[in-house]
Design a protein around this ligand. Sequence first.
Ligand code: ADP
Ligand code: ASP
Ligand code: MG
Length: 436
Amino acid sequence: MNIMKFGGTSVGSPERIKSVATLINDGEPKIVVLSAMSGTTNSLLEIGNYLYKNEIQAASDSIAGLKLKYLMVVSELYSKQTTINKATLFLEDVFTTIQSLVNGAFYPLQEKLLVAQGEIISTHLMHFYLEDIGVENTLISALDFMRIDKDEEPDYFYIRQNLQRELAKANVKPLVITQGFICRNAYGEIDNLKRGGSDYSAALVGAAVLADEIQIWTDIDGIHNNDPRYVEGTKPLRQMSFDEAAELAYFGAKILHPSSIQPAKKENIPVRLKNTLKPSDEGTLITQNSNVEGIKAIAAKDGITSINIKSTNMLLAYGFMKKVFEVFESWKTPIDMVATSEVALSITIDNAKNLDGIVNDLEKCGTINIHKDLSIVCIVGDFSADSAGIAAKVLDALKEIPLKLISYGGSEHNISVLINQKDKKDALIALSKHLF
Ligand code: ADP
Ligand code: ASP
Ligand code: MG
């Protein structure tokens, strides 16, 4: 069985929903994971922001605008009056839920319920459309099986058990539709897998059912060798390894959610990226091993903060790094890059939510310096066989850009450099020019 995940653009209009319906209706059993229609998650978050600020009128206007948009989708999508009635009733229900948030207290819990409606709507619209054209299918709610634990990590055991139960109920119908992105947390509350999380949902579903393949259908023909939002003339890669794809996703390639490769790698399930707009394009296949050596692709992650800790007695001291790392552990803040010298340690983080507390604790270890608005540029490939000259090529390409930190050798798949965010585009273009 395959998992087919379709992103926001892929289900972004009545026409696109119809195209996806054609792609998934091939008689083969499959689980289809859908994102919200493009723009919806942003609109819902905007409504949430108005509600946090108690801007009731602005929130109500946005809600009305969103509802109108969906009523138009319904009027264009379905041909049978019974389906139109059913979908309209469903939307009335959803928007009553959304409207009910306007007058009550608004906290993160309510925001999670609000933002979940995007995927709830898109999956229902698809389910009704398939019914409308006479295609048997079952809609199962991700809220009945997708779950994260207290550390916001997926609860693999729970997901597998509960998904199996839901699928057993849907036994007769080979086409199963469910929501990406949304889940429940350890307390049973509605939560989500963070922005772009539908990829992660698809991978978790794939791992839970030991799928043959996890397919991520999006608006581009696979993973490109550089970020097409900043660099012209990027090219798709036909194949990469789990490790290479995971590095790219983690370091900013928006096409994949940062954690989405982990579940696939864990169960050794191939991940295929395909273009919904051009289904015959080959796309990118991600498997255990990589076929080609050398530099493959470049990605960049913004919003990085660097923390430099200077210790007067680090020279020949042991236990210093342990103390520093324990501070990050206690604040549950992952570290991305590390560089050491005899007397100092530089660390980068992308989640600066607890920066004040971290700095406060680190001051016991030495003198602290903080730099913000940085980017990590990550060069990914297979450097296991012949790594001679690879780092030199990268540094030569970046000779005009001030480098804050360099990391090489931690894995055979990654060279990372830290730069000012404002230099990112120039760095990506320079790397493309010199490396490809
Ligand atoms: P979806 O809504 O289908 O999840 P996303 O917008 O999340 O789609 O991801 C696809 C987008 O990722 C592409 O349109 C492209 O602009 C961007 N992107 C960034 N880096 C890359 C890359 N290395 N290869 C391909 N696409 C990339
Ligand atoms: N709809 C969610 C988002 O926009 C999840 C996703 O598209 O993957 O972030
Ligand atoms: Mg995405």
